[in-house]
Structure formats: structure tokens, C-alpha cells
Design a protein around this ligand. Structure first.
Ligand code: SF4
Ligand code: SF4
Length: 328
């Protein structure tokens, strides 16, 4: 079943999917309404059978098994995932923090990333049932989508585009981790989305790659919401970047485009308290039934004005001007 923004008949959840839905709400697992800060609990992208929504996840994975294009796109990630991690060289190269920071970003771009940022890794980004990973610093990598492909959502072309970018993200993270290990320093790639032990979005925000949008995804000052992430954790001596506040959060306060574009009306119009933080949040119990009932979704990403080609820069300027004039 596919639904587009212009569809007049309200979307109804597929009973076949709802038969598989567990009693517990995904929002409860995510910690909606919880005032205390605590580690995230795994809710969906984990295929080891340990999550409450396992049957729903496998419904999604299995429904297109006979679709050769989708199967081929999923296989793209296998090659970088299978690439071995090299041993950490016994000879440790020494440079200053500033030199490493500059060099590691240059190497990230040479290895395919469209943007890179650095932050100190926070233990609260690790899922509660996973051990803390090694590495003081998170190097966050961004990979821009082809907008036209993403804009076909929820058609399978959009899903294939996402898989292509996740494959690129995985390959770059693995190559960068191996390069750091050759310099004699620990490095561990996290390749998204099934990384299973760490949250990527809060790290990417800290690393200056963008701000959280109302649609629950990030907005970058150049790519809008039109990008994917991967991460490399390392002990290489690095300097952190600053979070990048370019006004998209204020923009979201007065914009409802993604919320209006979402067929199951999953996007909360106001920020919600989630694990001790008030933030934009998407209703899991509405989004995921739509997502798995289609070949994917992500309609909210190309719908966001920041994602449209050549628009983000103008919006950054507009928001800076508003800030100067005190009209936010
Ligand atoms: S991905 Fe989820 S939140 Fe975004 S439009 Fe689709 S159903 Fe709505
Ligand atoms: S569509 Fe509007 S409200 Fe939604 S994330 Fe983009 S700017 Fe924010």
C-alpha cells in the first residue's frame, strides 16, 4: 500500500502489521514522558531477536525478499561490513591535537564523507544493554542523498537511495578507522543504522553536523535533512567542534510542513519530554506501522524545506538576519 501527501483517504494501519504489534508501546520503550535522563533502550533497528518489535522488523525485512532491486541495495552494505579492521600499528605517530583534527577531517573527505565533525563521546549515548565502547572521541561523518531519489518516498527508489548512502557511510567509516589504526591509535567504526550499541544523532549534533528537526531527524546547514551518518570512535588526540545553531530549531517552531506531509500523523507538533530532555519527537506507534507497510517512508525528509536543493543556505541567512533583528 502506498500513500502520498495528496491522498484524501486517511491512512489506516495494515491489520497484518498490527497483528504482529506487541502490547508495549514503542514510545514507552523510547522513554516518552520520563523526566529522568537515562541510557536509551533499543526499540527497532536490532535484528537479533531481543526487541519487543522483532516480528514487525522482520515483516519489513521479509516483505520484499522477492524484490531484486531492494535485495541488491541491502547487499551493498555487506562489502564494507566484511572488510577487516587492520591491527593497530605498534608505531604510534605523534601530532598536535589541532593537526590530527584537521588531518582526520581531510582523510574523512578523501574516504567519501561529505562532512565530518568531532565531539567527545558521552556514555549516555550507549544503549543500556550494551557495554560502553572504547574511544574518547566520536568522529561523525555525513553522507548526502541524491535529493531526487529521496523525493520518491515512499517508493522503493527512496529506500534504495538510503541503502546506497548507508553503504557509502559504512565504507568511509571502515576506511577511516583503518587509516587511524595504521597511525597507531585505536579506532572503531559504527556504521548505522543497525549499529546496535550507540545513538548517532546526539553525537552528530554535538559534533556540529546539525540540529534536531521536528521530524525527529537532523537538519544540516548545507544538506538539510537529506543525509545519513556514520561514526568512528577513537583515542586519537582531537579537538571537539561546537554544536551548530543556525536557527533551524526556531524555524521548526513555526513550520508544520513535515507534520502535514506525514500520512499517519506521527510527528508531534510540540516538543516532548523524552528521557529527561524536551525535544522534537516522532510517535513510534504511528510512524513504524506506516513505514513497514510501505517499502520504507521518509516522506518527511524531502518535504522539509531545508532539504530542497540550494534552499538551506538561503534559510541559514534568513534565520541569521532574524536573530540580528531579534524577531525569532
Ligand atoms: S518516516 Fe515516519 S514520521 Fe516521517 S513521514 Fe513517514 S511515517 Fe511520518
Ligand atoms: S518541515 Fe518544517 S517543521 Fe519539519 S523539520 Fe523541516 S523545518 Fe522543521
Amino acid at each position: 500500500m502506498t500513500s502520498k501527501i495528496t491522498e484524501e483517504v486517511p491512512w489506516e494501519p495494515n491489520p497484518e502489521v498490527m497483528k504482529l504489534w506487541p502490547e508495549i508501546s514503542g514510545n514507552t520503550i523510547n522513554g516518552i514522558g520520563e523526566q529522568e535522563k537515562h541510557a536509551p533502550r533499543p526499540v527497532f533497528w536490532r535484528a537479533d531477536g531481543t526487541i519487543s518489535h522483532t516480528d514487525v522488523l522482520f515483516y519489513f525485512y521479509n516483505r520484499d525478499n522477492d524484490n531484486e532491486r531492494i535485495t541488491a541495495s541491502r547487499k551493498l552494505r555487506e562489502e564494507p561490513i566484511a572488510m577487516p579492521l587492520v591491527d593497530i600499528s605498534a608505531e604510534q605517530i605523534e601530532k598536535t591535537f589541532a593537526e590530527w583534527s584537521e588531518l582526520v577531517k581531510k582523510m574523512a573527505q578523501e574516504m567519501g564523507a561529505d562532512q565530518a565533525g568531532i565531539c567527545e563521546y558521552q556514555p549516555e549515548w550507549t544503549y543500556e544493554d550494551r557495554p560502553q565502547p572504547t574511544g574518547k572521541w566520536a568522529i561523525m561523518l555525513a553522507f548526502a542523498h541524491n535529493y531526487d531519489n529521496l523525493n520518491t518516498a515512499p517508493h522503493e527508489d527512496a529506500y534504495i537511495e538510503v541503502m546506497v548512502q548507508y553503504a557509502r557511510a559504512a565504507k568511509s567509516a571502515k576506511l577511516l578507522a583503518n587509516w587511524i589504526r595504521e597511525q597507531g591509535w585505536h579506532a572503531d567504526p559504527k556504521m548505522g543504522p543497525n549499529t546496535e550499541d550507540v545513538l548517532m544523532i546526539p553525537a552528530a549534533i554535538e559534533a556540529g553536523l546539525g540540529q534536531l528537526g521536528k521530524h525527529g531527524s537532523m537538519i544540516n546547514r548545507k544538506f538539510g535533512s537529506n543525509f545519513r551518518l556514520s561514526m568512528v570512535l577513537t583515542d586519537l588526540p582531537l579537538n571537539p567542534d561546537q554544536a551548530d545553531d543556525f536557527g533551524s530549531d526556531e524555524f521548526c517552531q513555526n513550520c508544520q510542513i513535515c507534520a502535514n506531509a506525514c500520512p499517519p500523523d506521527a510527528i508531534f507538533r510540540e516538543k516532548q519530554m523524552v528521557r529527561g530532555e524536551k525535544k522534537w519527537y516522532v510517535d513510534f506507534d504511528k510512524c513504524i506501522p506506516y513505514f513497514v507497510d510501505n517499502k520504507c517512508c521518509g516522506l518527511c525528509l524531502p518535504a522539509c524545506p531545508w532539504s530542497r536543493p540550494r534552499i538551506a543556505e538561503n534559510l541559514v541567512q534568513k534565520m541569521a538576519k532574524r536573530k540580528e533583528q531579534g524577531t525569532n
